[in-house]
Ligand binder design. Structure first.
Ligand code: ZN
Ligand code: ZN
Length: 332
């Protein structure tokens, strides 16, 4: 009998699904690509044909231009070659999906990036029992335990209100994290206008077009220094220490990322207010998900693979590291 999942082949540039002649999140242009979500380390332009959720395709169009696309809504199944393929919510960013592959009586689930905790900007992760679970492991070390998001948002608001002459400049990735921080602020009752850097504008607009309301947003370019005092400004992390920020009123520099759990990392980037807000599963979410799905095998990619592999082995679950390349943490 063939080895479990012998029809799925990991290559450095992505996961190849042989009976569909298609690649998952390939880092090189391919004929057929199945894309889990819109972050640039997963969704590259240049494929001949792309299967993804309608939201992911809309995000790809904003970021990489028009795609030859095959939209697949959550819950829909399409046949590609000899494989039944469906997209199931991953709870990571708007449109993010796990890809479920059924072939030859075996089910393989590719998690893409995922998280289990609630996110007001996207559909929650749906557990799908499977034979092989191919999981990410961005925060695959026991040191990574993300705190409650509401508590982090409260720290941000407390800091904002304690010094109304200053603004709080929050570094957040343009796709997903920026919109999540904004909606979490709204949930905590923050109704003031939020200012944004131009680099997050198009994706904020797209989220709104796709039904995620962000409240009153204003462009920093059309505001005076005085107007921005006592307000929150959202910008991509790359803008935190550049010239652009000089026009802000004495900003308190914050950053929303799972990596902020590592103090040294916050200090190195001159972050005064580190906020541990992540769009990835932390250690407990990774291990609880594997326990819940109880797959016959776990294949691990995208991060700290060894510790999670070790955990699987001590729990009598067969595990393997995939060592794909080209995945960077755009989206932590
Ligand atoms: Zn990723
Ligand atoms: Zn991602």
């Amino acid at each position: 009998m063939a080895r479990l999942g012998s029809w799925i082949e990991p290559f450095p540039e992505g996961i190849y699904v042989r009976p569909a002649d298609a690649w998952i999140d390939p880092s090189q242009p391919k004929e057929r690509a199945l894309v889990t979500h819109g972050h640039s380390d997963h969704a590259r332009g240049g494929h001949s044909q792309v299967w993804a959720t309608p939201e992911t395709l809309a995000i790809m169009e904003v970021r990489c231009g028009p795609q030859a696309c095959e939209p697949v809504a959550y819950g829909e199944t399409v046949r590609i070659g000899e494989v039944d393929v469906s997209f199931v919510p991953a709870g990571h960013v708007l449109g993010s999906a796990q890809i479920v592959l059924d072939h030859a009586g075996e089910r393989v689930v590719v998690s893409g990036d995922y998280k289990r905790r609630e996110n007001p900007t996207c559909a929650p992760f749906e557990p799908v029992p499977c034979d092989i679970f191919i999981t990410e492991a961005t925060f695959g070390l026991p040191v990574f335990r993300h705190p409650d998001t509401g508590g982090e948002i409260d720290r941000l608001l407390h800091r904002l209100h304690s010094d109304p002459q200053r603004c709080v400049l929050v570094g957040a990735y343009a796709l997903g994290k920026a919109q999540r921080v904004i909606t979490e602020l709204r949930r905590r009752g923050h109704e003031q206008p939020i200012y944004y850097h131009g680099a997050v504008e198009r994706l904020c607009r797209l989220y709104e077009d796709l039904g995620v309301s962000l409240g009153e947003m204003r462009h920093t370019a059309s505001a005076t220094r005085q107007e921005m005092a006592g307000h929150i400004v959202i910008a991509p992390p790359s803008a935190l220490n550049d010239r652009w920020s000089r026009r802000l009123p004495d900003p308190v520099t914050a950053m929303a990322s799972g990596w902020m759990r590592i103090r040294q990392r916050a200090r190195q980037s001159n972050i005064e207010l580190p906020l541990v807000i992540s769009d990835h599963a932390d250690w407990d979410e990774l291990t609880c998900t594997i326990r819940e799905l109880a797959p016959r095998e776990v294949w691990i990619t995208h991060g700290r693979e060894e510790a999670l592999k070790h955990w699987c082995m001590t729990h009598q679950i067969k595990a393997r590291e995939l060592n794909l390349v080209g995945y960077e943490d755009e989206d932590d």
